[in-house]
Design a protein around this ligand. Structure first.
Ligand code: ATP
Ligand code: MG
Length: 331
């Protein structure tokens, strides 16, 4: 049988990546995980747990493993249906690293060193891993490997997606059409969740204060306490104003994202916080319960990951075959 070389998938294919650098939080859910679950019918998605990316900074081997497994479990608990959306552990599909190297051969040092995230993270002090510099090229490989047409990205990833598009285009121009050039799609702007204690920075696994992060598996009392301690202001009005009232704006955005409704009382910060805590708890309680059931059988989650890798490997193998042939390697 001859294989047909297709560089364009028949329908929209998306890739959403998560780094196992910590516990998934409310920002990850509202900004990435829930949109992924909602789009499962409309688009073919791949959920990638990018464990190789977690090693670009100082890491604890046992934690990366535990965290990767926990993320896969939380994804299932949040409604990712592995029958429709393969959950893939990046390191279990070896083609990621192979394509990474091939793409390094069309990427420039200057291009990588210019990346804002590299500059910020490398300026933070301590030893800088070479993999931190080449990380955007690995991210390009993650995307190009699967003929992805759309990548949902937050503003912090715009530059990396642009690099992905440049590398794909350059490779195609020099060596013949090999890669699909993906488009970036912006998730709902309201879905950029800020740190509750420090609303000037986004809620993050490895950034932010910790005190202002709501992890998806936090118990109800921790959720209540975190919301109760959220930073506010002295204006006294419940209204959206990112500049003067970033904390209140964030709480209103969270409420809207959880319930689709505006706050009931436009004057009381305490009432707003109660509403937000209730809404977040209502959203997270079923995920927590489902997670507890799934976590009782880690073998099942491992099998989901193995099946996910199995499903996507043929696509990855075919892309690498095309890239190897185009760039000058023998079969
Ligand atoms: P890290 O601090 O390790 O970068 P992170 O919290 O930024 O962790 P990622 O694994 O980098 O999480 O991102 C996973 C997905 O979650 C991405 O699609 C990202 O855009 C989205 N995301 C991350 N933080 C937020 C947030 N605060 N609000 C909305 N979406 C977010
Ligand atoms: Mg991030």
């Amino acid at each position: 049988m001859t294989t047909t070389v297709t560089t364009a998938p028949a329908r929209t294919r998306r890739l959403s990546g998560f780094q196992p650098t910590g516990h998934l939080h409310l920002g990850n859910l509202l900004g990435a995980l829930r949109p992924l679950v909602t789009a499962q019918d409309a688009a073919e998605s791949i959920a990638l747990i990018a464990d190789l990316h977690a090693m670009t900074v100082e890491h604890d081997p046992a934690e990366v493993r535990t965290c990767a497994l926990e993320q896969a479990t939380v994804m299932l608990a949040a409604g990712v249906d592995p029958e429709r959306t393969p959950i893939v552990l990046q390191s279990q599909v070896r083609e990621h690293t192979e394509l990474h190297y091939l793409l390094e051969c069309v990427a420039g040092y200057g291009e990588a060193a210019r990346m804002i995230q590299f500059k910020e993270k490398s300026a933070a002090g301590g030893p800088v891993r070479l993999s931190l510099l080449t990380y955007p090229v690995l991210m390009a490989a993650d995307i190009l490997l699967y003929d992805v047409t759309q990548v949902p990205v937050g503003a912090d990833q715009d530059q990396h997606l642009e690099l992905t598009r440049s590398l794909a285009t350059r490779f195609n121009t020099r060596y013949g059409r090999t890669f699909v050039v993906p488009e970036g799609v912006r998730p709902d702007s309201a879905a950029r969740i800020m740190d509750l204690a420090d609303p000037a920075t986004k809620m993050g696994k490895s950034s932010g204060s910790g005190a202002g992060r709501i992890a998806l598996l936090d118990p109800p009392e921790v959720i209540r306490r975190t919301v109760a301690r959220a930073a506010t202001d002295t204006v006294g009005l419940v209204r959206r104003d990112r500049v003067d009232q970033p904390g209140i704006t964030n709480l209103i955005d969270i409420l809207a994202a959880c319930t689709g409704r505006p706050p009931a009382d436009p004057t009381s910060y305490a009432a707003l916080k109660r509403e937000v805590a209730d809404a977040v708890e209502a959203l997270l309680a079923p995920i927590r319960a489902r997670h507890a059931e799934l976590a009782a059988d880690p073998g099942h989650v491992r099998r989901v990951l193995a099946a996910g890798a199995e499903r996507v490997r043929p696509i990855a193998a075919e892309t690498v075959r095309r890239a190897r042939a185009a760039i000058g390697l023998l079969d």
